[in-house]
Design a protein around this ligand. Structure first.
Ligand SMILES: *Cc1c(COP(=O)(O)O)cnc(C)c1O
Length: 395
């Protein structure tokens, strides 16, 4: 057994990252300023997006997007239930209505057909998730959005560096990346909004900072008028330069990180191929480049362990795991608010995965022997459980 704990995720921070943050700390300007502009430019150039606006986290960017769209009571937004709670929480806070759709059982991606079927005259937007670093079928979603005149907002929190066919996620349309520490590239906390809509980008910049016409750096350092006024009420969701410098430094390593993640996933798949108790996620059928954000496995009917028992067994062997995600309709508040959400098997695949999935360790600083430790711990957990069952049956 491993003598040290292997977490399911750990950010890969090197000396260049530390030097970049230190330089900001010594510079005399630590909040939003030139380093945030640099990060926005790095994401813009990398993704091919026309506009990139950095936020203090991805959820904040999404909040401003929902405000910019004027979402409120009577408006519906279609979202998979298999997503992080950000989207649905924000809709609730604004008095709008989330409409849950199911996902493919083995990719956890929502289909354009499922989302189209959930569209009503009240629908304002559809929000597919590029799950675990795999792209949704964007061509299909674009057709559905334009056919019904609803907005398409991509939750690209897992998808920095993902390509759909030959197109980088973020190159077209409107979406949100997260730079949270578990994501493939991190700024500590952070998020970047991307869009090809210039007016929307300008509005997002304003909503990010009190609804003022210019931010603190413009006013204090660039000689702009300190008398700048509120154009509309906004929030205080700007990203400090301390964080942005880390994000820009990390962006330089995106391809190396993804290549390493891909190599680790290949090792896992080869070594778990004969473990019939587990079913890893499948890759989507359309051409793509996968960002390998998470290594998700599901307990099959052949497993002697429940998902929770499996996680506990790995933990006792010094292996960390996580849950990405529990269907939003299964959280306490949403169970009470929308008790019919999963009725009649409408969210059957989301429910199946909610009960069976967990993420096993995957981060660029892992090596082949770490993967082997995880595989050994998995096999050992199953064989111990079978022994316990056999012993129990005999007594
Ligand atoms: C991480 C995440 C977010 C939110 O990002 P934060 O930067 O943590 O606010 C949104 N959606 C999904 C699917 C995520 O995984």
């Amino acid at each position: 057994m491993r003598s040290t704990f292997l977490p399911f995720c750990r950010p890969s921070i090197d000396d260049a990252d530390i030097a970049a943050v230190e330089a900001v700390l010594r510079s005399g300007w630590i909040t939003t300023g030139p380093k945030t502009a640099e990060l926005e430019e790095a994401v813009r150039l990398r993704t091919g997006a026309a506009h990139a606006v950095a936020f203090c986290n991805g959820t904040a960017a999404m909040h401003c997007l929902f405000l910019a769209a004027g979402l409120g009571p009577g408006d519906e937004v279609v979202t998979p239930s298999m997503t992080w709670v950000s989207t649905v929480n924000l809709l609730e806070l604004l008095g709008a209505t989330p409409v849950f759709v199911d996902v493919d059982r083995d990719t956890l991606l929502a289909s354009p057909e499922a989302m189209e079927a959930a569209i009503t005259p009240r629908t304002k937007a559809i929000v597919p998730v590029h799950y675990a670093g795999a792209p949704v079928d964007l061509d299909g979603f674009r057709r559905v959005a334009s056919k019904h005149g609803v907005a398409l907002w991509e939750d690209s929190a897992h998808a920095i560096g993902t390509r759909y066919r030959n197109e980088e996620i973020g190159a077209a349309g409107t979406g949100i990346f997260s730079l949270h520490p578990i994501k493939n590239v991190t700024s500590g906390e952070g998020g970047v909004f991307v869009t090809d809509d210039a007016e929307l980008a300008a509005r997002m910049r304003r909503l990010r900072f009190h609804g003022l016409g210019a931010d603190a750096h413009d006013r204090n350092q660039q000689g702009r008028s300190p008398q700048v006024e509120v154009v509309e009420p906004g929030l205080k969701y700007n990203l400090p330069d301390m964080n942005a410098a880390l994000g820009t430094s990390q962006m330089k390593k995106l391809d190396a990180f993804t290549a390493k993640r891909d190599e680790l996933v290949r090792l896992y798949r080869a070594r778990l191929a004969e473990v019939e108790e587990l079913s890893p996620l499948a890759d989507p059928a359309w051409p793509h480049h996968h960002a390998r954000h998470l290594m998700i496995v599901r307990q099959t009917d052949a497993s002697p362990l429940s998902r929770d028992a499996f996680m506990a067994a790995l933990k006792s062997r010094n292996i960390g795991t996580g849950i990405h995600f529990k269907g939003v309709h299964r959280h306490a508040y949403y169970r009470a608010k929308y008790p019919g959400a999963g009725a009649d098997g409408r969210l059957a695949h989301s429910d199946w995965n909610t009960d069976r999935l967990c993420s096993i360790p995957l981060f660029p600083d892992m090596n082949e022997s770490d993967v082997q430790d995880v595989v050994d711990a998995i096999k050992d957990s199953y064989s111990e459980a079978r022994t316990a069952v056999a012993t129990g049956a005999a007594s």
